[in-house]
Structures are given as structure tokens and as C-alpha cells.
Write a protein of this length. Sequence first.
Length: 66
Amino acid sequence: MNLRLRDDQQEALKLRAEEEGRSMHAIVLQAIDRYLEQEADRATVRRLGARYAAGHADLLRRLGSR
């Protein structure tokens, strides 16, 4: 996989890497890991929310009619 960054992104990433004493590669990998974790968490919340809504549909309907 090749990652193509805009010039401004490349420069900002380079500066951040220098400030942190890390490689640009390490920062990008960390960002990808964070993104994947967040999306997995969101999927879990959606799945649990749907399960809760289905299991308590009557109660939610009654609360919504107030």
C-alpha cells in the first residue's frame, strides 16, 4: 500500500514526528490503530443499542408517547 499525502499533510506530519522524536511511520500506524479501535467501539455501541431497543421496544414506545 502506498499512502499519498498532500504537501501540507506531509510537512505537518514531518514536524510532528520531529517534535515527538518518532518516525512518521510510527505516527501513521498509531493513527490507524486508533481509528480502527474507535470504529470497532462504534460498531459495538450500535449493535448493543439495536439489541436494547429491540428488547425494550414496548417501553420505548410508551416513553415516546408522553
